[in-house]
Design a protein around this ligand. Sequence first.
Ligand SMILES: Nc1nc2c(c(=O)[nH]1)N[C@H]1C(S)=C(S)[C@@H](COP(=O)(O)O)O[C@H]1N2
Ligand SMILES: [Mo]
Length: 400
Amino acid sequence: MRHNRRTVLTGTGAALALAASGASADVTYDFPGGRGARPTTRAYPQKGLMVLQRDRPPLLETPMEVFDKGVFTPNDQFYVRWHWSEVPAQIDAAAYRLAVRGHVDKPLSLSLPDLMALPRVEIAAVNQCSGNSRGFFEPRVPGAQWGNGAMGNARWAGVRLADVLARAGVKPGAVQVRFSGLDEPAVSDGPDFKKSLGIDHARQPEIIIAYAMNGQALPLLNGYPLRLVVPGWYSTYWIKTLSDIEVLDAPDDNFWMKSAYLIPDNPHADMKPGQAGVVTVPINRMPPRSFITNVVAGASLKAGVSASLRGLAMGGDCGVAKVEISADDGKSWQDAALDRDEGVYSFRRWAARIIMGPVGSAALLVRATNTKGEVQPATSNWNGSGYMRNVVERTPVILT
Ligand SMILES: Nc1nc2c(c(=O)[nH]1)N[C@H]1C(S)=C(S)[C@@H](COP(=O)(O)O)O[C@H]1N2
Ligand SMILES: [Mo]
């Protein structure tokens, strides 16, 4: 089912020109081994100031200071990631159809009004790229060298995937549901971007086909008019410009499930560089993470007095139970106060006052524990694809 495909985003042309002119670095990530300088851009449609990671396809990162402003990430600074450069440039909403087909009783072709006639549900959820924070891995790994801004939190509104599947009538023997959108491979033999979820997972009530994000239609670059939202799971499954849902009666062995987005099959997706015989599985649920958002690396703070810290935490695929901070590089920990709970899949804001140590260099740490009792590790995981980075974040500061 292919329709509504157009190319060349007007704004992308402008961004290409900016990149080609060799725009100077506007942000510098503290990546091991350097190479962290990046330009910022305002050249993309429906987007404000973004960090430009790549222009074709557009990979735009949310500047870190945005995360200090609120628990939800504004649509115009929400990060953007596509695999193929032929991204949909305009959508004819009146002609848009979502196909539901495969191992079903009654294949469907749903217009946007058809879809919106189903019960509306809302859920706050973190959308995080599997490769978020990849630039911090040591040794360095190939792939987009993201800082920590390939994540965002939004209130998504739409309809339950389960309701749509029920309308089509899933036949006995279904094992997975496969999703794809309007974007196309740049080369004709490239594999179309498709991802699948197990049938039982696909029927969970939190999985929605979203038509709104923070109370507005999705920005085109974030998947207008429809995207899948899979709360608690990495965003590789959150298919944008969702146009095709296919119920499968055999496991999906397409490239993006069988060969890409695989992680070592252990709780932290961890392995040693060069390690042989590592068993892999498709990436799936997210672990807890937390960040200090009001102090940047290298900042000067006053020694011996208390300082206010605040930031964000996420539980992964469950809620945040606890956030702790340390002003002495992890020797002692203190609980932070958790802000309003927007739902288990949302970011959770936290705040604390903590006494700074004596004059000199120091490190501020933050760690989250989720409601399953999982806590962030003191040392980072590592894997060759740079997925699922997780470690207690450390912010070096100078006390004066
Ligand atoms: N149609 C389509 N959906 C997609 C992708 C894509 O390339 N095409 N990339 C996925 C990946 S890997 C990520 S990280 C998220 C990024 O979502 P965002 O651009 O809205 O932040 O989209 C997901 N959905
Ligand atoms: Mo991603």
